[in-house]
Design a protein around this ligand. Sequence first.
Ligand code: IPD
Length: 266
Amino acid sequence: MLQQSALLNVMTAAARKAARGLVRDFGEIENLQVSKKGTADFVSTADTKAEKTLVRELTKARPNFSFLLEEGGEIEGTDTSNRWIIDPLDGTTNFLHGLPHFSISIALERDGEPFAGVIYEPVSDQMFTAEKGQGAHLNNRRIRVSARKNLEESLFATGIPFAGRDGHDRYLQQLKSVMAQTSGIRRFGSAALDLAYVAAGRYEGFWETGLHPWDVAAGIVLVREAGGYVTDMAGKDGMLNSGDIIAANDLLHGTLSKILAKTASK
Ligand code: IPD
């Protein structure tokens, strides 16, 4: 068992507090699902409430830090070198449809670099944590990326573009290429959890384009601290700017990147 740092204590406590409201609201979704009024407004209220709880709790503990929020945008604190990057509900579409696969994602960016990450899956009570130089953990136990190196034994996660996102044709090429060489591809609908699962060795890798910083910032720390590699599609460190990400164990990151690069140039 691990003695968690003060920083991670602050982040996990905030995540647990916000999760209580989310889980309560998720319990209502089933009833709303069949009502004519629908669930969209309800979910966006749940999302905003969770974000407010996170901002309140994190501000209490670290009053000067800045924020980048999915719902609320930028809040500049007096300390601009420390910035929380937050997705209060990653997997909104799942939540909206009553699918119990969603998460809260909190990253601390320090001097422009993802420094610490917490991704909490409230329904299954899985708390993924990582801090630069301290390793990655799931419910306080050390996690590592998988050791699989053969593509044909490997399982990958991805995000499929949807209405309003571009790159549909390119994505179909990528899918065709990856599915022909691997043991499978999953699309579960929370990019933060996809990254946390790569860190935990459940998937060998994950790729998606068109994401936002709050979808990936915490997951980047987790995968790196678990011994994996994370880059954008160009093999660089521009994930937070481009929204494109390839994360994988250390043995397959290069191979996956090459497959995706080939399809990108077609
Ligand atoms: C979404 C999820 C999903 C991914 C989408 C994201 P949201 O985030 O991470 O897995 O495919 O691209 O927008 O909207 O639920 O916070």
